[in-house]
Design a binder for this molecule. Structure first.
Ligand code: MG
Length: 247
């Protein structure tokens, strides 16, 4: 939001890479994404494959499509070949479903306060590291009034790769390019709710704070991967900010 705010030196700054679903916000309607996802796949690929059987949490949007369609002979390349059309149709389908169902999202506890605080604080830069397609991320965050925090950031979205671990590495490259600086992976803190968030942070060498606010994640599956911190939620904003400041 405040790209022009003064930062501590770039070698000291902490970059917060936020996951969206289950971390910043969540859908209040379980399975609410199914309608626009499957309509998009039908329109772009002529087929939704085994989409109904997929448990998508922690997966990128393009990975969900690939997993659903691989039995039909699709490769990730087939998905990415249609990227422009995919983004366009996905956006239209999401908007149509929102218009029909209202705005079925809620911001998770503590998130607004932490974003407001870190946005003003020169020690931090906020960005997204999400499996969501950019169009989906914008619609969701716009709905709950959080998009402005990320609109100008070098965000890593689901159309970059179907593999979430690539996204963290890509986030590093995007930051280096934007700031013309060679950030150390340890300056990045991934904040997410699934085992895949932890795995992708580690693949890059970033730190990671896991939160238990996602649906369908067992606390054990997160703990097993030994994130730097595992929090119930982000509601104790003072403690969360202290963690982000000292990690
Ligand atoms: Mg998530």
């Amino acid at each position: 939001m405040h790209d022009s705010k003064p930062h501590v030196s770039l070698s000291e700054v902490r970059i917060l890479l936020w996951d969206i679903d289950g971390t910043l916000m969540r859908s209040t309607v379980q399975g609410g994404y199914k309608q626009y996802f499957s309509a998009t796949m039908q329109k772009v690929f002529g087929n939704a494959g085994r989409f109904d059987e997929i448990i998508p949490s922690g997966m990128t949007d393009t990975q969900i499509m690939f997993e659903a369609l691989r039995g039909e002979g699709f490769t990730p390349e087939h998905i990415f070949e249609r990227k422009d059309e995919l983004l366009q149709v996905f956006q239209a389908e999401m908007k149509a479903v929102s218009a029909e169902n209202g705005e079925p999202y809620e911001t998770l506890k503590g998130v607004r306060e932490i974003l407001a605080e870190t946005d003003e604080n020169p020690d931090f830069i906020n960005a997204l590291l999400t499996g969501n397609l950019s169009v989906a991320a914008e619609i969701k965050l716009e709905t709950v009034g959080l998009w402005d925090y990320f609109a100008d950031a070098p965000n890593a979205f689901g159309e970059i790769s179907h593999n979430r671990s690539d996204l963290a590495v890509e986030a590093g490259k995007l930051f280096n390019a934007r700031y013309e600086f060679d950030f150390k992976p340890a300056q990045f803190i991934v904040i997410g709710d699934t085992p895949n968030d932890i795995i992708c942070a580690r693949a890059f060498g970033a730190k990671v704070v896991a939160v238990k606010t996602g649906r369908g994640q067992s606390a054990e599956s997160l703990a097993e991967l030994t994130p730097d911190y595992l929090l119930e939620d982000l509601s104790d904003t003072k403690k969360v900010l202290e963690i982000l400041q000292t990690l």
